[in-house]
Ligand binder design. Sequence first.
Ligand code: GLU
Length: 451
Amino acid sequence: MSSNVALNYVNDVYHTVKKRNPNEKEFQQAVKEILDSLVPVFEKNPSYIDHAILERMVEPERIISFRIPWVDDQGDIHVNRGFRVQFNSAIGPYKGGLRFHPSVNASIIKFLGFEQIFKNSLTGQPIGAGKGGADFDPKGKSDNEIMRFCQSFMSELAKHIGPDTDVPAGDIGVGAREIGYLFGQYKKMQGSFQAGVLTGKAFEFGGSLARKEATGYGTVYFVQEMLKGNNDDLNGKTVVVSGSGNVAIYAIEKATELGAKVVACSDYNGYIYDKDGIKLDTVKRLKEVERKRIKEYLTEHPNAQYSEKSEEIWTIPCDIALPCATQNELDKDAANHLIKNGVIAIGEGANMPCTTEAVDLFIEKAILFGPGKAANAGGVAVSALEMAQNSAHLSWKFEEVDEKLQDIMKDIYRNSVEAAEEHGKSGNLVVGANIAGFLKVADAMIAQGVI
Ligand code: GLU
């Protein structure tokens, strides 16, 4: 078939998405990236068009938006807005994290939920796609305030989730502490212990070993595979990691373990540069225990440098860049800096951290580029392993989970490389990952009929 038919189809669907979801720029951006990369699929197999597969895929199965009232330590009442987008259940229960951040809105949750369809499919695990969260700012809140907020959030969310229905987990602003409070409230409301309703739990009540490390480790494993494909490895490489949350911390840990030197990381307020290598113990304590700003790193390591311009972290010369903070944090200017400084590989630890223009530039210059849907899929993959352990009422050893994670990341890499090759886009892992993720979900949807 002529490529015009495929191209017109994709463009038509995209225009409808834009019209139906005005002002949702992140959602539109995520949809555009996927749709553009699927053109070769429709050229090769136009029957997908007859099934209106894209029209169905871009529309969430369900969106829930709800009120979250809570009382602060002074007795004042606040109201936040909560969301759960149940995007696609063709290959398993809805699965995806919860984000607590003031920037959360329908566009952000829909972009994340949409990406989750392809990411979760790529893991090879039986998980559909969902995402949720609230425009709540956990910064500066006491433990009790966080607990009351989580309880109020779950009071509504509980009506819509379950181990075989929808299984939330963490994301930005939601870690083990929040998952604990959410789980407690769910358990109390149901009157039964259903471990598989949430993942990212503490080990004591059904969490999986290596889940905490999985996203960061997985990102580095993925980069390792890309480098291996080029007869290279991480040993001796200089790495810049943005962020200092769960993904960044364990990306730094694994990269360092594999012989790289990580010289910078950041938070919303600024970045630190330590030319001798970031001391991860300090970052872990500041972020995981004391919940302080990254600036405090200087108190213990006065030779490091601090800048309030977080986005300038990408001007630091490095071989490998791992954006692990948030969406659209690495733009065209940043990409140009990295390229000028000789970067050889990028691994997206966060979801959609590179803007479309930055991604295009990396691909054009043939820089190894691991898109988030592939590179950061290790987190949700181990969440699926947590679900498997929960339903079998057992727990695997750390090494066992870590080994499975490594195999999964290798499979994701290989499947993405092969899908790109088969569709005439050799070496383009953005296209490869999107196509490989798409095919499984599309075939499952068609087999299940028009529902
Ligand atoms: N929030 C993570 C992601 O973006 C993990 C989701 C999960 O474990 O369900 O994939």
